[in-house]
Structures are given as structure tokens and as C-alpha cells.
Design a protein around this ligand. Structure first.
Ligand SMILES: CC(C)(COP(=O)(O)OP(=O)(O)OC[C@H]1O[C@@H](n2cnc3c(N)ncnc32)[C@H](O)[C@@H]1OP(=O)(O)O)[C@@H](O)C(=O)NCCC(=O)NCCS
Length: 153
């Protein structure tokens, strides 16, 4: 399995994964538009030419907003999500990104454990942020320089 920058030809597989993972998936067009923004970071994890995970990050000034991260069901809990975040942090260092932020469903304990492991901390709640089903979002942030100090990556 390797992690690399997403290419246009990955888009069909990324959309399929987005659709099978989320109740309100991003459309093909919205992922395409975001992928084409030069500063944004879109990554895929690939095994035997198949996309098994991806993440999409908007970069604004020195901050990264992680919009999507997903791993195919049959490939979860095998370190793929962690590898994607490690690669993202490397890319972030190269682009002088100082912090990453994301929203996660309050009930999504697995994702919250992953983010905890990578040094994200809970900094707030967005009430009713999600639909289908409606739920609060937990806002989590990691300061990447602090992350390096903790030597987890
Ligand atoms: C969240 C997600 C991306 C994690 O990816 P993953 O490849 O399964 O994660 P990893 O195997 O790298 O695991 C990293 C850490 O996450 C936690 N974790 C992963 N799977 C877990 C499970 N089944 N139970 C408990 N903790 C789990 C653990 O802390 C794990 O670290 P450890 O192995 O040292 O204990 C994946 O579960 C997923 O795609 N979920 C559906 C989409 C989603 O919820 N995305 C997040 C939206 S904010």
C-alpha cells in the first residue's frame, strides 16, 4: 500500500468510496473543483491499483481544513488512515501549514481515537452540524509543530 497525491484518474474510485461511506457525500463535481485548487491537498492510499482510502484538505494561509477522510470498509483498522495522516503531516510541513482542523460526528469514536492518536485535541462543538442523522460535530485541531515535539510521527 502506498499513499500519494490524488490524480484526476483516481476520481471515480474516490467518489465511489465517498458514496459508500457518507450519508451526505460530496458530489463528483465538488471533489473535482476542490482537487483542482492548487494549494489544496488531496491524497489517496492505493493497493494493487485500487484506491482504498483518501483524504481531502483545503489549505487557507497556514491552516489545513480536513474535509474528508475515509478508508474502504474491508481495509479499516490496518493502519491505512494513520498512514494517510502521516503523509498529510509531511505535506503540511513542506507547505508551512501550522495547524489542521476537522469536524467529526460526536458518536464517531473510531475516528476520534485516530485523531487523538495523532495529537488532535477537542476545541469545540458545532451543534446540529450534521444531517442524516442530525448530530453535533466535535471540532478537533492539531498544531503540527507540537505534534513533532511529541515524536509520534
Ligand atoms: C476513521 C477511519 C478513516 C480510520 O481509518 P483506519 O485505516 O481504519 O485507521 P487505522 O487503522 O490507521 O487506525 C488508527 C487508529 O484509529 C483507531 N481505530 C481504528 N479502527 C478502530 C476500531 N475498529 N476500534 C477502535 N479504534 C480504532 C485506533 O486508535 C487506531 O490506532 P491503533 O491501531 O494504534 O489502536 C476509518 O475508520 C473510516 O473510513 N471510517 C468511516 C469514515 C469516517 O468516519 N471518516 C471520518 C470522518 S470525520
Amino acid at each position: 500500500m502506498i499513499v500519494r497525491r490524488m490524480k484526476l484518474e483516481d476520481l471515480e474510485q474516490v467518489c465511489a468510496l465517498e458514496n459508500e461511506t457518507f450519508s451526505m457525500p460530496w458530489s463528483y463535481q465538488s471533489i473535482l473543483d476542490s482537487l483542482l485548487v492548487k494549494d489544496n491537498i488531496y491524497l489517496v492510499a492505493v493497493e494493487n491499483d485500487s484506491v482504498i482510502g483518501y483524504c481531502g484538505v483545503w489549505v487557507i494561509a497556514n491552516e489545513g481544513q480536513i474535509n474528508n477522510i475515509a478508508v474502504k470498509k474491508q481495509n479499516r483498522n490496518q493502519g491505512v488512515g494513520g498512514k494517510i495522516l502521516q503523509f498529510l503531516f509531511q505535506e503540511g510541513r513542506a507547505k508551512q501549514i501550522e495547524q489542521f482542523t476537522l469536524e467529526v460526528r460526536k458518536s464517531n469514536e473510531i475516528a476520534i481515537k485516530l485523531y487523538d492518536k495523532f495529537g488532535f485535541v477537542k476545541v469545540g462543538i458545532r451543534p446540529g452540524f450534521y444531517e442524516k442523522p442530525q448530530e453535533d460535530a466535535v471540532i478537533m485541531t492539531v498544531i503540527t509543530s507540537r505534534k513533532e515535539e511529541s515524536a509520534l510521527i
